[in-house]
Design a protein around this ligand. Sequence first.
Ligand SMILES: [Zn+2]
Length: 426
Amino acid sequence: MRQSVKMLTIAAAVGMGTILGGHPLKTNAESVPSLKEKQSNIQEQRSGVNSNINDAQGQINELQNQQANAKSEMQQIDLAIATTTKEIEAKTAKLNETKAEIAKLQDEIKVIADRIEKRNLLLKDRIRSYQETGGVVNYLDVLMGATSFSDFVDRANAVATIMQADQEILKQQETDKQALQDKENQVEKDLANIEKMVADLQKMNQQLSAQRAEKDKLLAQLAQQEGEVKEYMMDLQEQEQILAAQENAIQKAIQLEQERQAAAAKAAAEAAAAAKAAAASSGGSSVSAAPAPAVSSGSFTRPAAGSITSTYGVRGGTMHWGVDIAQAGTVPVVAAADGVVYVSHYSSSYGNVVYILHNINGQMYTTVYAHMRSAGVPEGTVVKKGQQIGIMGNTGDSRGQHLHFELYRGKWAFHTAINPMGIVPL
Ligand SMILES: [Zn+2]
């Protein structure tokens, strides 16, 4: 089980006619130039992958800049929210103070109003008593009772003063009451202003919170994009690593082939010399040159025991680039054919994985063994068909223990695996 690596496709290049490994294979005069061609082909692929890595790094930088901007904008918003919240608190406190002031003024107004009411009643009573008991007459009596003119003036002044005093007090109290009411009106106006201010601030706070939520969302999106690009870049880096290892493996193959050709030429010369000597001594019976190597027809073997749980092909809308073999317990994984291990590492997608380059009768193949519990062969190891290279496992992007096995005709290239059925006995 393995999710397909995204976004990038490297052009497939199919290799032909290569000699590789330490055991004798059919001689092929073109193998060294052909290997060199493959090598330069891989170099081209690597520069393509590297330019994609640079692009991805550029995208990551851009996304990180955007995130930094969004974060600083968010800080501004947070600051504004803090300021408005503080302002709301202050205004709310002011609001409560004003309300208390209004209540106090209303109490004072009530006290004065009560006092005016009482005095009014008192005056009314007094007027009524003047009328009923002839109070006015009594005042007149008071005036008429004057013993002298100056006494009369005194008495008249006294009467006027008493009556006027009542009117003055009443008038003063009405003025006080009016002043309090004016003040109350003013404070009520202040209260309405403060209430409006608080409402405006709260509205502003809501808008700021909405802006903040937007920024949160943007940040989450940017972080997700960055994660995707990073994953993509990891895929690219893994590809680059595999291509580089492959290039080295082919370099090694060139060297081995050159050594083999030199050894073969030397052996042929020696055999020819020996035959000549033998012919000279025995008088003519011919002897054959170096024996032809046995060409293996059953070149591949099954990489692990177990049942096939998923075949090569489209599976649930996604291409499955290999065959899955599953079995419980400690299950050895073996090399499907003779070859050279050129990748043996851990990958987040493939888990513990081994890549082997094979040369089967002049045809290059690559096999991949993924999700292993452990990989038991270092890079550069020359392996034989059926030799154990690891143990079946459940590492990397895998659900349940199984071997994910891939086959490539020629060298490995992204998304170019072929169906191993019919080539590898599975
Ligand atoms: Zn699989």
